[in-house]
Every structure is written in C-alpha cells, then in structure tokens.
Design a protein. Structure first.
Length: 139
C-alpha cells in the first residue's frame, strides 16, 4: 500500500523556534549567558563553575593571573559555555554553584593577600626607611 502524497505547506520549524533551547540528549538547568559572564567578571573562573565545568573554571582562574587576556577570555568563555549548555551541547549542572560563589572568591582574596604580603616583605627595607623618615625615628 502506498502512502498518500504529502500536502504542500511550510517546512516544519526547528525546535529552537518553539523555545526549546535544550536537546533531549543533554537536559540541564537553564543558564543565562549574561549572568555567567558577570559572575566570571567578578571572580575569574566562577562563571564556568556556575555553569557546571570545574576543570574549565580552574583553568580560567589560573589564566587570569598569567595574563590580562586570560581574564577577558574567561568572561567570554563563560558566556559561550552557558550558550552551549542551553543548546544541549554541554551538560549544565548546579553541582559547583557553592564553589562559584564562595570557594573561588575566597581563593581570589587569599591570592591577592598573599601577593600583597609578598610585595611588602620584598620591599620591607624601603618601607622601614620610609617610616623612619616619616616619624623621625633615630636608630
């Protein structure tokens, strides 16, 4: 038995036209790309952690200290990663949200404090001489 001929009409719309941004293969929570970029700007690597990629978040955190370009690349990467997660190309998860908002910012502050302490230790003689002149301390 033969099937009746298809009726002419408009081609079917893709799934994204109906608002279905994630494929059935990789379901996950919706991640706003702008939010991921803002979080990455506030604390390098946190945007990637918020989307759910631990390894990428750590790499972006380290790259941001190696060069300024790494910081901006991390912001763009977090945005693109969230878009991939919403298209279903990456498995988004809320597994690392705590790390995105607590662990990475704390580590960032500790690294900055350590850098400041190292700089002060290295320049201690200069600082010591400055205070001697400032307060007229006689040795």
């Amino acid at each position: 038995m033969t099937q009746p001929p298809a009726t002419p009409g408009p081609p079917p719309k893709p799934a994204s036209a109906y608002g279905e941004s994630r494929s059935a293969k990789l379901p996950g929570p919706y991640k706003n790309p702008a939010t991921a970029a803002v979080i990455a700007a506030l604390s390098p690597g946190s945007g990637q952690l918020w989307v759910g990629d631990l390894r990428r978040g750590i790499v972006m955190f380290l790259l941001s200290f190696l060069c300024c370009l790494g910081y901006f690349w991390g912001i763009i990467d977090a945005y693109e990663l969230a878009k991939k997660a919403n298209r279903g190309e990456f498995q988004a998860t809320d597994k690392y949200v705590f790390h995105a908002f607590v662990t990475m910012p704390v580590v960032l502050v500790l690294v900055l404090i350590a850098f400041g302490a190292f700089t002060a230790w290295r320049e201690w003689r200069l600082i010591h001489d400055y205070f001697q002149v400032l307060f007229q301390i006689v040795p």
